[in-house]
Write a protein of this length. Sequence first.
Length: 310
Amino acid sequence: MPGSRRAAVLVVATLLAATLVPVLARQAERAALRPEEVEVTDEALRAVVGDYTREAGVRSLERELGRLLRKVATRIAAGEAATPVRIDADDVRTWLGRPRFFFEAADRTSVPGVVTGLAVTGAGGDVLFVEATVADGPEGLTLTGQLGDVMKESAEIALSYVRSHAAKLGIEPDAFRGKRFHVHVPAGAVPKDGPSAGVTITTALVSLLRDVPVRAVVGMTGEVTLQGRVLPIGGVRQKVLAAHRAGLTEVVLPMRNGPDLEDVPEEIRSVMQFHLATEIAEVLAPAFGSASDDGARPDEEEAADVMAAA
C-alpha cells in the first residue's frame, strides 16, 4: 500500500475501531469461528477499508469481513489451515482477491490538463478527474462524460473566464485562436451534474494552457462565476472524507464553506490542509504552488474567523 494511501486509510480505520470490534465478533460467530481461532490485525483492517470498500457507512465493510472470515472457516474445516489463523495486510489479497478500488490521483494528474475534483455520489463522497485538451479546429468547447446541463454550463463559464482573463492567468491570448477545447470527465456511464466542478474545470484549462501539471495531493470543489468568484457548495463532509480516503492531503473549498469543516471528524481535519478560496486566484495558488507557498491558503486565523461568523 503506497505511503499516502496508507496514511489515508489509517485514520478511517481508527475512526471505525469502536464499530469494527463488534462487527468482527458478529461475523466470526456467523462463520462458526471461536475468537481464539482467528486474528485480523489492524493493518489488515486498514487494507480492507482502503482497497475493498467505498461506502459512507460500514455495511460494505461488514460484508467484506464476513466473506473473509467464511473463507477462513472453510479452510480450517477442511484441514487446510492450522489455528490460530493470523491475517495481516499482506494476506488480505489472498483471501479477498484483487483490490476493488485503486487510488490513482498521482498518476492521473502527472500531465497538464488533469485535475482531481470532489463529488457526492449515491455511495457517499468520491473523487473524479477532470481532463482538458485542445486541438486545431472550429473555436468552441466539446464536453463528454455524460454531463448534466448545470455541469455543462460550469464548463462554458470556466472557458469564458479563462479566455477573458488570459493575460492575468499567464496565458497567451492567441492560445484560443483557431482552437477547440475538449473537457472530459471519465466514468462516462455514470451521469454527473451540479455546479461544484466549476473550479476544477477552470483549473484543468489553466493547467493545460500553462502546460504545467497540478499538484497531485490537491483535490478541489466549488462553483465558479464569470468574474472568477468561488461560490459555496454542498456535501463538504462527504467530499473531504473521499479526498482523505483517496490519499489527498490538501483540499480547496469555497471560503463560505469554512464552517462546514466542523462536521468533519477532528482526526481527519488534523492531518489535512484546507485552502479556503473566494476567487480563482486562491484556487490556483495551492494547485500549482508548493504546500509552503505564502498565500497558498488562508491562514488558520482567517478560517477560524469564517467559522466564528457563521
